[in-house]
Ligand binder design. Structure first.
Ligand code: GRG
Length: 338
């Protein structure tokens, strides 16, 4: 009998409970760790985790065996736990206030604890991979995949932070080339390529070209996703998005500032340069006003139209003889257009 996707989170918690018991944790510590994991793994949209299961279904094209269903759901939750660890760390680094409609985890438990817990959740990802998949012929491939994508994400995050801290002159740090690197590494690989690659590994896809094609499409979807996320950081309703934007104050390299600097007159450019990355409301409002003057919402519509056209075309042109299926990408793409 198949349990539904969300019910598999309980298996993750049970398994971690057993692992932590073996560490002889003092009274209360185990409960604390499990609470941290629960609070930071559930509560999001869960798209990455569900994408593992949905992609396996599409790639196999037949009813999943109970075993394949269970493995897909568990791997999905492992990806979501990795997402949870990234978000805890990211919120500390960006000094964010809210996440998923609640105060950020570091504001609830303190920065030192949140930092330790982010790293611990990341390590528990590997504990779970070992417990659930060590006997599978693809175990090494899974491990390599998680290790590689983690490093890529951290590299993207490092670039994002180095540029935001300054040191590099503003007009050179806010280039579209730097932006593309950040987006691909810090977001696209783990948010899109990781779930689809997990599904490809689970179903036993071997053809190298399939992985090359999946990565190319996943990166495009990831860029589109971060493009929307940057926009919502500035223009979204924080009650709907679940977080208060910090990109302007934190001097983040977003497509908005890259294009604004490009479109601005010399006077506007001066104002952008002198107000971006300042921790006061007045400077933030000056930037937002400049964004409005420069018609960034119109640019959003234009660029979104291009993303939709390009990604739609790429999906249509995908070679399915490798075993990859257009539908796997169409599902993710459709969700992003809502
Ligand atoms: C030290 C553990 C540790 C990690 C260092 C912090 C870090 C590396 C990477 C951060 C990567 C990151 C969080 C990028 C942002 C991607 C993004 C826009 C996430 C939001 O995703 P949604 O909207 O969130 O899918 P939900 O809440 O739905 O899961």
């Amino acid at each position: 009998m198949k349990r539904d996707y969300s019910a598999h989170f309980a298996i993750i918690l049970d398994t971690l409970t057993q692992s932590l018991s073996k560490l002889n944790c003092p009274e209360g510590l185990k409960e604390n760790v499990l609470h941290t994991i629960t609070q930071n793994t559930i509560g999001g949209k869960g798209t990455r985790g569900k994408a593992v299961l949905e992609s396996v279904k599409v790639l196999l094209g037949t009813e999943l065996t109970d075993d394949m269903h269970e493995k897909s759901c568990l791997l999905g939750w492992i990806v979501e736990m990795l997402q949870g660890s990234f978000l805890v760390a990211d919120d500390i680094m960006d000094k964010s206030l809210t996440r998923r409609g609640r105060p950020c985890w570091y504001l609830q438990v303190g920065t030192s604890r949140a930092f330790t817990e982010a790293v611990m959740m990341e390590n528990l990802v590997f504990v779970l991979l070992r417990l659930f998949f060590r006997d599978q012929p693809y175990y090494k491939e899974l491990l390599d995949t998680f290790h590689e994508i983690l490093l890529q994400t951290e590299t993207g995050q490092e670039m994002d932070l180095i540029l935001s801290i300054g040191g590099v002159p503003m007009n050179t740090s806010f280039s579209l080339k730097a932006y593309e690197f950040i987006v691909t590494y810090k977001t696209a690989y783990y948010s899109f390529y990781l779930p689809i690659k997990c599904a490809m590994i689970l179903v036993g896809m071997k053809e190298k070209q399939a992985y090359v094609d999946a990565k190319r499409l996943a990166v495009q979807l990831g860029r589109y996703f971060q493009f929307q996320d940057d926009f919502l950081d500035c223009y979204g309703d924080s009650n709907v998005v679940g977080k208060i934007g910090t990109d302007i104050r934190e001097r983040k390299c977003t497509w908005l500032i890259c294009y604004a600097l490009y479109k601005a007159s010399p006077e506007e450019r001066e104002l952008l340069l002198s107000n971006y990355g300042k921790h006061d409301m007045e400077s933030e409002n000056t930037i937002k006003k400049l964004y409005n003057d420069l018609k960034m919402t119109d640019l959003y519509d234009e660029l979104e139209h291009l993303f939709i056209k390009d990604i739609g075309r790429e999906i249509q042109q995908l070679d399915e003889t490798t075993g990859l299926k257009r539908a796997a990408f169409e599902i993710l793409f459709r969700k992003m257009q809502k």
